[in-house]
Design a protein around this ligand. Structure first.
Ligand code: SAM
Length: 563
């Protein structure tokens, strides 16, 4: 049986049938429901009461189902929600006030009702109407089956959490123990932008990244991260706890920003769950919990949610951000003498990436054509960097600019290339990322002098390996890397080979293991690579090399020939 597009149990149906009538006033009906299940303002308006009465009489109407992806909608199963609440109880948590900021069907609220006896008030907020009803009916069902349980005052509020005013709740907490519990949406701002969704906080660049960082990679954030931080900012100064199921990357990002944010939280825990089993998704997630109103602690204890087996501690230690405190070889933590670069970004692989086919080229659309060789370069992608020495490249790429922002009208000098690109201009114009807005036709990013160095050392950002690949020019043309890869460029093979050997030593591998997060989408990033101080690696190996002295000399004379 469904009402307001929510499933209702037989007991709830019978209860509603016997208690709801269209002649009732909303005030009287709400008093009755509050007595039955503690929920305040069960019906927000008279019209809702009338609609319920109508739907109970007739066949229930099917309401429009909103998008699951847009709301990051992965409801926690009841068994998991109960386990979370039991865990908190075992840790002597006994809340009086509970907030579930995106409560969905209310499974965490039910877990709270099942577990904690002394709760006085519960606030559940949810943006999807059908879930607010589902939560209300589930709570009603709980109390119909447990009539003797003390009923807290319960508020199920239909609201967007980004526009929600927390002040009325803050004003009643006082010294009472608070629990913020839940499972905020599993969706990123860039996924929402791609869907043209408005389910975003007003400050979408809340991390205040500038320029390209704000528009790409770093500017991307999980909505759950925003909600977690927003709640910690609003409620951090109250006594109590927070317990959220979130993606592991959210926990890592929060830890990373903690020294800057100085949120008053301590006793941070990350308990890994099996997200395939619990949510049928292939993304690593955990229960993140912490105590509120404490002196900021910037490290976190990681363990298994089900067995409580301790894994490691991670976060900040002696001013260093580490993925595992044990065995961390942080002697080489510093600043790389070379600037690591990300490969070419074009978001137009169907047109830009080619394969040779006899004396022609073939693109990903399957079209065979001839263009001049001048702007065509060998290309390596992440999957080509499996071995330490790159094989001859399978792919080629059209490089339309020598540096970011170069006027592309010069391509007319190459009539076949110019015609080919213009014939496919709609593919370039359809590129979603805002970095291309207002830029020349066929613009690319991640390109500069450094892209044209004859020798490179490259690593994939996507694969969970730590080996670096030596890449040499092919047929006198520098090899390009795509934007899933990172590299440094050199003018001489001697220098490239030396640095390549240093990067593939155990010292560097161990260091990378202790600072990179396996469960991140990109385990290797520019930030991670820039922390490898190769001078210190050479020193630890007892090696003296003229290379670093040369770099310093060139830097002094303002000539950075390496990057
Ligand atoms: C991952 S689900 C979890 C639901 C519930 N907390 C649970 O654990 O079962 C996320 C919930 O957030 C809700 N949601 C998404 N965006 C929201 C917003 N802007 N304001 C309030 N709730 C939102 C979704 O509708 C969905 O019910």
């Amino acid at each position: 049986m469904r009402l307001f597009d929510a499933d209702i149990s037989d007991s709830v149906f019978l209860f509603l049938k016997s208690k709801i009538s269209a002649n009732e006033t909303v005030g009287k009906a709400n008093r009755l429901f509050q007595m039955a299940c503690g929920i305040r303002d069960f019906f927000a308006h008279d019209s809702e009461l009338q609609q319920a009465a109508e739907e109970l009489k007739d066949n229930p109407i099917n309401m429009v189902c909103e998008s699951r992806a847009e709301y990051g909608d992965f409801q926690t199963n009841q068994a998991l929600a109960n386990l979370v609440a039991k865990k908190l109880q075992t840790n002597n948590i006994d809340p009086k006030i509970v907030i579930e900021p995106t409560c969905g069907k209310g499974n965490f609220i039910l877990a709270v009702l099942n577990t904690f006896e002394n709760v006085e008030k519960i606030y559940g907020i949810e943006v999807q109407t059908k879930y607010t009803w589902q939560a209300k009916f589930n709570i009603l069902d709980f109390f119909l089956h447990n009539p003797n349980r003390t009923k807290p005052e319960i508020h199920i509020i239909h609201s967007n959490i980004f526009a929600f005013n927390f002040h009325p709740i803050k004003s009643i907490i006082g010294k009472k123990e608070l629990l913020i519990i839940g499972n905020p949406p599993w969706v990123t701002n860039s996924a929402l932008s791609a869907m043209d969704s408005n389910n975003l906080p007003i400050k979408s660049n809340f991390k205040q990244y500038k320029g390209l960082d704000a528009m790409t990679g770093k500017g991307n954030f999980d909505i759950a991260e925003y909600i977690t931080l927003d709640l910690l900012r609003n409620f951090g100064q109250f006594d109590g706890n927070m317990a959220f199921l979130v993606k592991n990357t959210v926990i890592k990002n929060i830890l990373y920003d903690l020294p800057k944010l100085k949120l008053p939280i301590a006793n941070l825990k990350k308990e890994n769950i099996d997200s395939k089993k619990e949510f049928d998704v292939s993304v690593d997630a955990s229960l993140f919990s912490c105590q509120l109103n404490k002196e900021t602690e910037c490290s976190c204890q990681e363990s298994d949610f089900y067995t409580s087996e301790t894994k490691c501690n991670f976060g900040w230690k002696n001013g260093k951000f580490l993925s595992d405190f044990s065995g961390a070889n942080i002697d080489i933590d510093g600043i790389s003498p070379f600037e690591w670069r990300q490969g070419v970004k074009h978001d137009c692989s169907k047109v830009m990436e080619l394969e040779s086919d006899d004396d022609c080229f073939r693109n990903k659309l399957g079209e065979k054509f001839k263009i001049e060789n001048d702007l065509v370069y060998p290309l390596l992608k992440s999957s080509d960097l499996k071995f330490k020495r790159a094989e001859p490249t399978r792919k080629k790429i059209i490089i339309t600019q020598k540096y970011v922002g170069q006027n592309t009208s010069y391509i007319q000098k190459y009539p076949l290339t110019f015609e080919y690109l213009n014939n496919h201009i709609d593919y370039f114009q359809k590129r979603k990322s805002s970095i291309y807005k207002g830029k020349c036709d066929f613009s690319i990013f991640g390109i500069g002098d450094y892209s044209f160095k004859p020798y490179k050392i490259a690593i994939s950002g996507l694969y969970k390996t730590f080996h670096f690949c030596l890449v040499k020019s092919q047929d006198d043309k520098p090899v390009m890397l795509d934007d899933t890869c990172y590299f440094i460029g050199f003018d001489t093979l001697e220098h490239a080979e030396y640095v390549w050997k240093l990067l593939n030593t155990e010292i560097v591998t161990d260091f990378l293991k202790s600072i990179s997060f396996k469960d991140s989408k990109r385990m290797i990033t520019k930030d991670v690579l820039m922390r490898i101080d190769l001078r210190k690696v050479a020193q630890l190996r007892g090696e003296q090399t003229s290379l670093f002295a040369e770099i310093d000399k060139r830097k002094e004379s303002q000539l950075d020939l390496f990057s």
